[in-house]
Design a protein around this ligand. Sequence first.
Ligand code: NAD
Length: 421
Amino acid sequence: MPILSHEQETNPWVSAEARIDNAAARLGLDEGIQKVLKSPTREVTVNIPVPLDDGRLEVFTGYRVQHSMVRGPGKGGIRFAPDVTLDEVRALASWMTWKCAVVNIPFGGAKGGVICDPAMLSDCELERITRRYTAQIMDVIGPEVDVPAPDMNTNERTMGWIMDTYAMHQRHATTAVVTGKPMELGGSRGRREATGRGCMMVTLQALKKFGMAVEDTRVVIQGFGNVGGMAAKLMAARGFRIIGLIEYDGAVYNPHGLDIGALAEHRRETGSINEFQGGEAIDKHEAMFLECDVLLPAATENVITSTNAGRLRCRILCEGANGPTTPIADEILADKKVFVIPDILANAGGVTVSYFEWVQDRQGFFWNEELVNSRLEEIMLESFDSVTAFAEKHKVDNRTAAYMLALDRVTNAIKLRGIYA
Ligand code: NAD
């Protein structure tokens, strides 16, 4: 790996390209196909004028990147954050392509973002931004075209606004235009828990591979939000020992296992995991280096880099977040023989149940939670087994194997369709 500045190392699009290059070279893909795989199909930038509550008019910038639509409609979330960049959205869109291909669901990859700070905006302002953004990307989304979903700082309510705006223009309810909706608007049972549940399912499969018992397994989780919070709750209920939880403002440790229900209650009451009586407060920067069996980063990108990967003391790294590890850190983890369950596999439970939601909306027929979870398990375990078998067969790490499988599937679809010119 060439020497990169911290900025280059943590640029998500640089990471995304490095992973594509590595897998493409190992698959022996020709240069032309590599160019196609690296070029997003469409990138839309919109400037969104929105009246603020105080009467001022502000203009926000939003993006929708459709990386690939070869295997099906684009699929991917929309994030609202002050530091959203086109490179980030582009990388996230490409990760969605590979993620959908790894779990073999009939979607391509897309992602959206709006540069705004939700903490500084009222609900009414957020609704206006969402509706105007939707109206301005209307031509490039739709159940057969590109299906958005929630991501950082967007949620079920945001998806309800998008669906309504789209429906008003179409003149009829179109539930399948977005996923991650409230149940009342065609959301799926089990969607809220799906990503955390998927992380648990693949971790259980890894334990089985190593002959490790669940009750002896110590887990450290970074991020107590949708993914990390659900993973913590479900894993604790399953018998895992969650010994550490890390948030942006502090970390808590209990070698006997944290009471996750009590911790969630404490956070609901106080707004923070700090001062939780059921554990010891520890430095949030040091908590990632606790000795554990499973480390589950479920907060944000680039938390495992060349500067700290050498200090991790986990046996299994289950990537709940998107892009938590940089390519240089990958090499360090490989030397340390950490078993990595890569993001495009580990956190694919969310998009898998989003796919189920889209299917149910189009059928107008809804499944019970047991059916959702059993179908999710079937896909997660089958995908885990294919990735690890491929890695063993080709003597590569799990991330490279996941990318090789995904690139191969997308390339096959491109070849079968042919290039229309
Ligand atoms: P979230 O906003 O619900 O939760 C993130 C949590 O992490 C928050 O509690 C936040 O306070 C905490 N956090 C943020 N920065 C942190 C830091 N530097 N250190 C420690 N804690 C920090 O978001 P989420 O939906 O759980 O998503 C988390 C990650 O998982 C993101 O990378 C996202 O792209 C990815 N992901 C989410 C889903 C999903 O279904 N929600 C699916 C696939 C991937």
